[in-house]
Write a protein that binds this ligand. Structure first.
Ligand SMILES: Cc1cc2nc3c(=O)[nH]c(=O)nc-3n(C[C@H](O)[C@H](O)[C@H](O)COP(=O)(O)OP(=O)(O)OC[C@H]3O[C@@H](n4cnc5c(N)ncnc54)[C@H](O)[C@@H]3O)c2cc1C
Length: 568
């Protein structure tokens, strides 16, 4: 950390958390001569374990932290390898995990990901940021920011003194302090009202202990002892609970719940949260009951999902991380959005440093980032009522993964997101996937209303071929031409999935379902027969279920609950 900052920098990053520190390192690699300052309110190193949430990474964020930021060695040595995302759905009173439908990998997935002890990770990031010659001002609270024409400025207090600095670029990475967002009036609410409360439990806990006496459950995995490395999700109507192991020893346990179904007052103190768990997740509550003295912390956040009117500007200010928009942690996308925002910001600063007019790039990056955000919002907004419905969630997890692997992660890992011309050339296929996803999310709501049955005793541990290929594609390098062709294929896959999911879900309509093997317009699927004609569901030229089965979505039927689960 430095004692005497300069008066003027090329880039000032306000906030030295996950987003600010990783951006510092990414910028330093891209532009070694840039002068960068990071102003961070906290003084000294972060504590391990009981620090922040944001502990689970997925393919995109792992690639960012490991390869782009250069933290691969640290991840391998000091963090926990992750055995994918794993989900258990409601069965009865949730007192017996063996009865709950499980979806998750049988072994470590081919693409590495890690669980992060956030304190440990940020301390190492800070060490490397300082070693890279970036000025880090710790104990420095930014008080005000001013966006100017030629330079921007900010004032701060540090060790009782007032500081005032200027910079050509200003990046708000202050998390929920929202320094720039408030100043510029960029706040935007969304319709997703969720709350969360969490704790860390010393000594950890292995969820497989609940399955050990059940040979069928144990045989689902290639070897015992892997489930504890997953980000485990215990899902029920209106909520889910995460279990994430941390390298420093404890396990992170958190509730995320739709405020309209589970009011915040039911979980906003440790006692209330434990009572809530006793009611909805009694098996977990029993573990905590005997170990209250090992609870290391208890934290909470209310109504944590929000949008942002603009995140990147040609006037050389940007927002990254939670200072911008935040969705929902169900698929651990927080770090993905940090990766994407930081990559767009780095690209803009590189263009600016090269003397380019950044107007067009800033507009394109802003539009792409916010479109990805609003597409992902459809995963969550209004969807929590069916979170315990294993049948609907299996289809949802499938299509959500195809979108994440087949578009966002694929483009990011191949380094194309900030390539404006390339993105314009493939946007039609990206939009096909995104709009199919939005349509399907509406269908999932309808499906749950028509068929809210509970399912039990099923394990789905394998991907169908089309899905497995999208996951494998993340490890392959593509030329631009191959990547464009791949995106078109991924959109075809999503169309096939939409037709097959509709075909399966429409069984819940009974006699009102379309005739078997009718041609279906995948962009118009819904379970409301009154809408079909106007929406053009049954054109002459659509895709029939049989055709979809013979195409890239073939094998999706192995994900139907009546194939691998049993109705209660
Ligand atoms: C319940 C929940 C669960 C989540 N789980 C996951 C997950 O599993 N995986 C995932 O990828 N993401 C997850 N996230 C998201 C993740 O937590 C965030 O994406 C991430 O922590 C945001 O990092 P950040 O750097 O933007 O903010 P922070 O890490 O909060 O950093 C902001 C920094 O700014 C500093 N600061 C604030 N005000 C000032 C000031 N005035 N002056 C100077 N400095 C200041 C703060 O001290 C802090 O260090 C989750 C989020 C929630 C709410």
């Amino acid at each position: 950390m430095i004692a005497e900052p300069k008066q003027r920098y090329d880039v000032a990053i306000l906030g030295g958390g996950l987003a600010g520190l990783t951006l510092g390192l990414q910028l330093r690699k891209a532009l070694p001569d840039l002068s960068i300052v990071i102003a961070e309110k906290r003084q000294g190193p972060a504590p391990e374990a009981a620090f922040k949430v944001g502990e689970s990474t997925v393919e995109l964020s792992y690639h960012y932290f490991g390869d782009v930021v250069g933290m691969q060695d640290h991840l391998e040595k000091d963090q926990v390898p992750k055995c994918g995302l794993r989900f258990f759905f409601k069965a009865g009173d949730n007192s017996d995990l063996t009865q709950r439908v499980e979806i998750g990998p049988a072994r470590f997935p081919p693409h590495f990901t890690y669980q992060l002890d956030r304190g440990r990770f940020e301390n190492e990031l800070a060490r490397r940021v300082v070693a890279a010659g970036i000025d880090v001002l710790d104990g420095c609270r930014v008080q005000d920011v001013e966006v100017g024409d030629e330079v921007h400025s900010f004032t701060a207090t540090r060790e009782g003194s007032e500081l005032s600095m200027t910079a050509r670029w200003l990046v708000d990475a202050s998390g929920r302090a929202f320094l720039l967002k408030r100043k510029l009036g960029l706040e935007e609410q969304n319709g997703h009202n969720v709350n969360s409360a969490w704790l860390r439990l010393a000594g950890g806990f292995d969820i497989e202990e609940w399955l050990r006496d059940d040979p069928e459950c144990m045989a689902r995995m290639t070897e015992p002892g892997l489930r504890k490395f997953s980000t485990n999700h215990l899902c029920g109507p209106g909520y889910w609970v995460w279990l994430i192991p941390l390298s420093s020893g404890p396990i992170s346990i958190g509730i995320v719940a739709d405020a309209t179904i589970h009011p915040f007052e039911q979980m906003n103190t440790l006692d209330a949260a434990l009572d809530w768990l006793a009611e909805h997740e009694p098996q977990l509550a029993a573990v905590l009951e005997g170990r209250r003295d090992q609870v290391e912390d208890f934290l909470k956040v209310e109504n944590f999902s929000y949008g942002c009117k603009q995140v990147f500007s040609s006037e050389r200010w940007c927002l990254t991380g939670e200072a911008g928009a935040f969705l929902d942690p169900f698929y651990s996308p927080g770090s993905d959005y940090i990766a994407m925002a930081n990559t767009f910001i780095t690209d803009l600063i590189q263009r600016d440093s090269a003397g380019e007019d950044i107007g067009k790039a800033a507009q394109a990056h802003n539009e792409l980032f916010l479109s990805a955000y609003s597409t992902h919002l459809a995963f969550y907004e209004g969807q929590y009522p069916f979170w315990g419905n294993a049948q609907v969630m299996a289809a949802k997890i499938c299509t959500n993964n195809i979108l994440s692997w087949g578009v966002n992660a694929l483009l990011f890992i191949n380094g194309k997101l900030a390539d404006i011309d390339f993105m314009a050339s493939v946007r039609k296929d990206v939009d096909r996937v995104w709009s199919l996803n939005t349509r399907l999310e509406a269908l999932y709501r309808e499906w749950h209303k028509l068929d809210p049955r509970e399912w039990h005793r099923g394990g789905l541990m394998t991907l169908f071929p089309g899905m497995r290929q999208r996951q494998a594609d993340l490890l392959a390098g593509f030329t631009d031409q191959q990547l464009a062709a791949q995106l078109a294929q991924n959109a075809d896959l999503m169309e096939g999935c939409a037709v097959l999911i509709f075909d399966q879900a429409a069984k819940s309509l009974g006699d009102a379902a379309p005739p078997p093997n009718a041609r279906i317009n995948p962009y118009a699927v819904s379970l409301n027969p009154d809408r079909w004609e106007a929406a053009g569901l049954l054109p002459d030229s659509g895709l029939s279920a049989d055709e979809a089965r013979q195409g890239p979505a073939g094998g999706l039927e192995t994900w139907w609950m009546d194939v691998f689960g049993q109705p209660v």
